[in-house]
Ligand binder design. Structure first.
Ligand code: ADQ
Length: 467
């Protein structure tokens, strides 16, 4: 079995427990099984970054290799190109892309730097797996240095349709960069289809034959979907062990006959938070019986605060929640509880279980793991209802949820009311179906499916055929 080299922008903490984070745990497990390397940025800035030796730590048969970035590279590559250009563009938000030529130069520079720093550690039969939108040019940088290893790439966020992609001044370089990988993995068939369409409609290094087979100078490139998921059992178990404060909160609501709607997201403009708050306001307006009978708990920790678009959404959320709370609050009821902080995972799991509706309405999302976590956390004998945006990647499989258009405030209010009044039998039936979908596509199947493709053990087609 070849050694696995995982590359991600932020190198993970390899001592992380199942408690702390899902994805890092799954990848660290795969590394421990076959031995390997996790390479990435340490999170530190240093103006001598280019000359510094990477910091190497050994955890059993896994090496953790971390490099630092100069302040300029951090600004151009991370704050600039990755988070002010690629993130909005790939979430279909051309209107807030802040493009600068120097950002792309920085992006290219850091992808080259990562390749340069990793190179001395690589062995000829390693398998390299790069994660996410920070590393589109990474395989090409390695190939330019003579690397012939199998290289895979997984994009955690959506991939836009060809005409949107083409609006980026660097679209050719980006797509040709992707084509240096052997396996290009996406969350959904829509994303995979978008890249295939691009290759058909725009010139690139790829040749696409009549059967849809893609080659680059004779080397076959596989484009496929590998839907990511969670470790359902670990999450379900966490949900059943509620901390005391969550139990007291659930009991108090039970006594008062109050229901709770929950939302949990990083405070990101792609998550559709303002429209979600408005939809809750519309619910109170249209269905007066919900007043004092329902609360909306939104947990939204800060994220990427050095990117300006995030300051805008923060103000918007504060003013919207303030307006609704000002209008409806009473001395013994506050309609919206808005928490702008991170919450430990076990507490989140218990809060999901104690909430009658999971409200997940991104305007565009690669997958959205919160939707899966909400379902895994429920009591199968008395489950809550998931209200899910049609534009979350998760909606491709989780069609037993109440699916909404996150731009339609009235529809969202109606579906919230439907969720709050849904009979037990229908809730159980929908929950059963949703459990099947999250079990079919969990953290394990994502990992195994991708690694099988990278090893060339499977030949494309749908991931379910690979399982
Ligand atoms: P994200 O955009 O971060 O991930 P998501 O998939 O929902 O979105 O994952 C967020 C994770 O953070 C969840 O596990 C959630 O429980 C946790 N979280 C959110 N708010 C929290 C809080 N206040 N406190 C503690 N934990 C919190 C990107 C893509 C997604 C894709 C994932 C994985 O944007 O579309 O599903 O990667 O590929």
């Amino acid at each position: 079995m070849s050694r696995l080299v995982v590359v991600s922008n932020r190198v993970a903490d390899l001592t992380v427990s199942a408690q702390q984070g899902g994805l890092a745990v799954a990848l660290a497990d795969a590394l421990r099984q076959r031995g390997g390397v996790w390479f990435g940025w340490s999170g530190e800035n240093s103006d001598k970054a280019a000359q510094e030796e990477p910091k190497v730590e050994q955890y059993g048969n896994v090496e953790r290799i971390a490099v630092s970035l100069s302040k300029k590279d951090y600004g151009d590559f991370y704050v600039g190109y990755a988070n002010s250009v690629l993130w909005p563009l790939f979430h279909y938000r051309l209107d807030i892309v802040k493009y600068r030529r120097s950002y792309f130069d920085g992006y290219n520079r850091v992808n080259q730097l990562y390749a340069e720093k990793l190179l001395p550690f690589l062995k000829p039969d390693d398998m390299i797996w790069a994660q996410d939108y920070h590393l589109i040019l990474f395989a090409k940088a390695l190939r330019e240095r003579g690397c012939k290893q199998r290289m895979g790439y997984f994009l955690h966020i959506p991939f836009p349709p060809p005409d949107l992609m083409a609006a980026s001044p660097n679209h050719k370089a980006l797509v040709n960069g992707l084509l240096a990988y052997d396996v290009i993995g996406f969350q959904t068939s829509t994303d995979a289809h978008n890249l295939r369409r691009y290759l058909i409609e725009y010139p690139s290094d790829a040749e696409v034959d009549g059967n849809g087979r893609i080659t680059v100078e004779g080397r076959e490139v596989r484009i496929d979907r590998f839907p990511i998921g969670i470790d359902n059992d670990v999450f379900a178990e966490m949900a059943q062990n509620s901390p005391d404060d969550v139990q007291i909160d659930i009991m108090r609501r039970r006594v008062l006959g109050r229901k709770q709607i929950i939302g949990v997201d990083r405070l990101d403009y792609s998550k559709g938070l303002p429209a979600r708050v408005q939809a809750f306001g519309r619910l109170l307006e249209k269905f007066p019986q919900t007043e004092k009978a329902v609360t909306f708990l939104q947990i939204a920790p800060p994220t990427r605060e050095d990117v300006s678009a995030y300051a805008v959404i923060r103000k918007e959320m504060e003013s919207l929640t303030g307006a609704i709370n000002g209008k409806y609050s009473d001395f013994n009821w506050t309609p919206i509880r808005y928490i702008h902080r991170s919450v430990p995972r076990d507490k989140l799991a218990a809060l999901f279980r104690g909430s009658q509706v999971g409200f997940v309405t991104p305007l565009r999302d690669g997958m959205n793991l919160v939707a899966k976590e909400y379902v895994a956390a429920q009591d199968p004998e008395d489950p809550g209802v998931l209200v899910l945006s049609q534009f979350a990647g998760a909606a491709e499989e989780m069609n037993a949820a109440l699916i909404v258009n996150p731009y339609d405030i009235d529809e969202m209010a109606n579906k919230l009311n439907k969720a709050l009044t849904m009979p037990l039998e229908e809730r159980k039936e929908r929950h059963r179906h949703l459990m099947v979908s999250i079990r079919n596509f969990d953290a394990r199947s994502w990992l195994d499916g991708f690694l099988a493709a990278l090893e060339g053990r499977t030949n494309g087609g749908d991931v379910t055929e690979d399982a």
